[in-house]
Write a protein that binds this ligand. Structure first.
Ligand code: PLP
Length: 408
């Protein structure tokens, strides 16, 4: 049996006590997804009782995690190729399905090549670190609201500059003040996962051209959801970024990540990114599921339209009830609460009284004081479910005298 010294255990316990005191201790909801019944799931309460709940915070944005064609492709892949990939891409873990998926992703994004990673997090952290290493003396201009995975890729880099969120004036000020001969990367997201804001991609692209910067775009919350074929906001807005980064873990309904770009850039990252080189490649069944999902996504116009309709409907109803919803332009509907204890209290009350599951979002995912419920309506959330959620929140706000002001 392993043994950890009481001295160390006391240290860990006091770190946890601090989180509990601030209301930031993370309880993971134990959820059993029910294939064919999304957005319903079975939730195991702390008392051991199981309850069927409506899930309002899933990133399976289109419900593709239960799509028959995707499940069939994954079953078939397991039966054909077995469970794991057998190695890294370099040492016995490369297969036809990996290369086929990369080709399909590259074509979809209008790029020469693509590269798979174990997750979107690893794709960002590994690819950005590799690009920084490949471009000595490079300056990285990073949006203030960029995801932790992008920040991980730039950690410790002396040439990192943070520009105010979606602020073109601040970005240009920083670009203009930089050494014109230094290599530059502008890194941003298209849809920001916590506020639901969308970046002005065409304008960022124009600044990049003016100042000779490479552009890196995280489309994790946009692939599958925006653009004629679902390739993201860059497709929708007609913007061209040098690197597109995406995930199979959200709208694709599976798991894994990737980047797409020029053949030379992808080849260089393939040969320099530790998070690509030194890790077992994605299981063939995941690659097969992602490829099947991509084929569904390309023509999923009705699902995309209905998701946008339900997001608009939910936002409008929350606004009409005077609840503090952020007026975002995307499918992400943040309900601002402020205060970790209150946020958790609302989440617990919804579970106990309305069989609704929505996870409280606390620091460090959002800033202290900006705690919220992040609502993600899908095409499978019905009008009745929206009415039920808004009704429950409205009742609770009245009962607890919670502030109703709109957040700008
Ligand atoms: N980028 C953004 C903006 C994200 O929100 C996330 C995950 O939440 C990731 C990257 C990581 O993607 P994955 O879940 O595939 O690791």
């Amino acid at each position: 049996m392993s043994w950890t010294s009481p001295k160390y255990n006391a240290h860990f316990a006091s770190a946890i006590a601090g989180l509990r005191k601030d209301g930031r201790y993370r309880d993971f909801a134990v959820l059993e997804r029910l294939c064919g019944e999304f957005p319903y799931a079975l939730m195991h309460g702390a008392d051991g009782v199981t309850k069927k709940v409506t899930v309002w915070c899933s990133n399976d944005y289109l419900g593709l995690g239960q799509h028959p064609a995707i499940l069939k492709a994954m079953h078939a892949a397991i039966d054909t190729w077995g469970a794991g990939s057998g190695g890294t891409r370099n040492i016995s873990g490369n297969s036809l399905i990996h290369t086929e998926l990369e080709r399909a992703l590259a074509t979809w994004h209008g790029k020469e090549a693509a590269l798979l990673f174990g997750s979107g997090y690893t794709a960002n952290a590994a690819a950005l670190a590799a690009l920084i290493c490949l471009l000595p003396g490079c300056l990285v201009f990073s949006d203030a609201k960029n995801h932790a995975s992008m920040i991980a890729g730039m950690r410790g880099h002396a040439g990192k500059q943070i520009f105010a969120h979606n602020d073109l004036t601040d970005l240009e000020r920083k670009l203009a003040a930089a050494d014109p001969s230094a290599p530059k990367i502008i890194a941003c997201e298209s849809v920001y996962s916590m506020d639901g804001t969308i970046a002005p991609l065409r304008e960022i692209e124009a600044l990049a051209q003016k100042y000779g910067a490479l552009t890196y775009l995280d489309e994790v919350h946009a692939v599958g959801l925006y653009g004629q074929t679902g390739a993201g906001v860059a497709e929708r807005d007609g913007a061209t970024f040098d690197v597109i980064e995406g995930t199979f873990g959200k709208a694709f309904g599976v798991a894994g990540g990737y980047i797409a770009g020029s053949a030379a850039l992808i080849d260089a990252v393939r040969s320099h990114a530790g998070g690509f080189i030194f890790t077992t490649s994605m299981p063939p069944a995941l690659a097969a599921g992602a490829l099947a999902s991509l084929n569904v996504i390309k023509t999923a116009h009705d699902l995309r339209a209905r998701q946008q309709r339900q997001a608009r409907r939910l936002r409008d109803k929350l606004k009409a009830a005077g609840l503090p919803v952020l007026d975002s332009a995307s499918h992400i509907v943040p309900l601002m609460i402020g205060g970790a204890h209150c946020c958790k209290g609302v989440s617990d009350w919804l579970f106990e009284n309305a069989a609704i599951y929505v996870q409280p979002i606390n620091f460090p995912t959002v800033a202290v004081g900006e705690e919220r419920l992040r609502l993600t309506p899908s095409p499978l959330h019905t009008d009745a479910m929206i009415d039920e959620l808004v009704g429950a929140l409205d009742y609770l706000w009245t009962q607890q005298h919670l502030p109703r002001q709109m957040v700008a």
